[in-house]
Ligand binder design. Sequence first.
Ligand code: FMN
Length: 168
Amino acid sequence: MNNKTLYKISYGLYVVSSKRGEKINGQIANTVFQITSQPPTIAVSINKENLTHEFIERSKVFTISILSEETPMKFIGHFGFKSGKELNKFKDVNYKVGVTGAPIVLENAIGYLEAELTNTLDAGMHTVFIGKVLDAEIINDKEPMTYAYYHKVKGGKAPKTAPTYIPE
Ligand SMILES: Cc1cc2nc3c(=O)[nH]c(=O)nc-3n(C[C@H](O)[C@H](O)[C@H](O)COP(=O)(O)O)c2cc1C
């Protein structure tokens, strides 16, 4: 079996955010996709070790910020290689609180979705969170960052916790 075939699957790049009481957190994810349109429903696969996982499980709400192609690597590193268990990732980041009460990262975002959890799927190391979209807005008309662009143009990598990580 050629595992690298999985690299041929296309994705975008997002910040998935949630909350727990007064606490807020977010992380990078490439595994966001729309499941159905009636009602508008999205899914994301989140590692069980991540703080964001715990927050979504508890609050049953999450938001998706769709990142622009211009997003700096430093920003992706901040949300994608560090855990909210160690620092407050939102300290110097531009965000707002939406209808779900969860934070929405506005920095480097071209649009966002807000969702309430309707279903979960246990996938071993990860949980697929499925949510009904409660609100959505376009911020600007810049190009969305694709996973391929992140790897090829920006020279980016995915950590071991990412669902699409393949050991060499
Ligand atoms: C390009 C990229 C894609 C990623 N995709 C996912 C993903 O789809 N799901 C996931 O659980 N983690 C993914 N990650 C890893 C998380 O962002 C990372 O483990 C983060 O530190 C978790 O933060 P938290 O503990 O504050 O929730 C990705 C990271 C990068 C850099």
